[in-house]
Write a protein that binds this ligand. Structure first.
Ligand SMILES: O=C(O)c1ccccc1NCC(=O)[C@H](O)[C@H](O)COP(=O)(O)O
Length: 219
């Protein structure tokens, strides 16, 4: 079974090219001003054209309003909206209906109690992304390179695709897939030299390591 590999937080033509050349299935772009990976709409337009038809484009937002989403959609032309804030199930449905795009809901995970809202989100989203819960006081809800206990996802019975993220890198991605049996993996910090600065060789190494796990994945 093939594993979906997403490289998130791309912000330059060179690193986007490295991800595309290495065979990333999804490329993610961050629209959250406090993030070191935040891109302007002008950059989004260029990177969106570069990625068109070569990988699934994912726009990451945090509790964005409709006007912000409309601008991002108009410029980047994403295939999927990744909702990484505290969007409710009702807001997910509203976004899907308004914009007609697939929605991936990120859920912050630390313990099994964090899975309580999963049935509601699973009924409304097209895909779930399980990410590490950000520590209190963090400047952003993700992209911190923090790992969560993957065993929380063991034996998960979900009828829609899910991905795992949070502190993944070329050295631990195989174990994350083995434990969670996720159908996809998502990385940002683990392919960076410094926050917001992607490294083409780390991108290639991550994708190679993820591809080597493909027989382990089930969803
Ligand atoms: O990347 C950010 O700065 C960011 C900002 C706000 C919300 C989410 C953010 N990142 C999430 C991701 O990039 C990925 O979906 C994933 O969580 C991977 O993060 P990392 O632990 O850095 O590999």
């Amino acid at each position: 079974m093939s594993l979906t590999v997403k490289i998130c937080g791309l912000s330059t033509p060179e690193t986007l090219d490295a991800a595309l050349q290495a065979g990333a299935d999804m490329v993610g772009f961050v629209f959250f001003p406090p993030s070191p990976r935040h891109i302007s709409l002008e950059t989004a337009r260029d990177l969106g054209k570069q990625a068109k038809g070569r990988a699934v484009k994912v726009a990451l937002t945090v509790d964005a309003d409709d006007a912000t989403l409309a601008n991002i959609i108009e410029t980047l032309r994403p295939d999927i909206l990744q909702l990484h804030g505290s969007e409710t199930v009702a807001r997910l449905r509203d976004i899907k209906q308004t914009f007609g795009l697939q929605v991936m809901k990120a859920m912050a995970v630390e313990t099994t109690a964090d899975l309580a809202p999963l049935p509601g989100y699973a009924a409304a989203a097209d895909r779930i992304l399980f990410d590490a819960r950000a520590p209190k006081g963090a400047t952003r809800p993700g992209g911190l390179g923090a790992v969560f206990d993957w065993h929380v996802l063991e034996n998960l019975d979900l009828s829609l695709p899910f991905m795992v993220s949070g502190g993944l890198n070329a050295g631990n991605v195989a174990e994350a897939v083995r434990v969670t049996r996720a159908g996809g993996v998502d990385v940002s910090s683990g392919v960076e030299r410094a926050p917001g600065t992607k490294d083409p060789e780390m991108i290639r190494a991550f994708i190679r390591a993820a591809r080597a796990t493909e027989e382990l994945s089930v969803r």
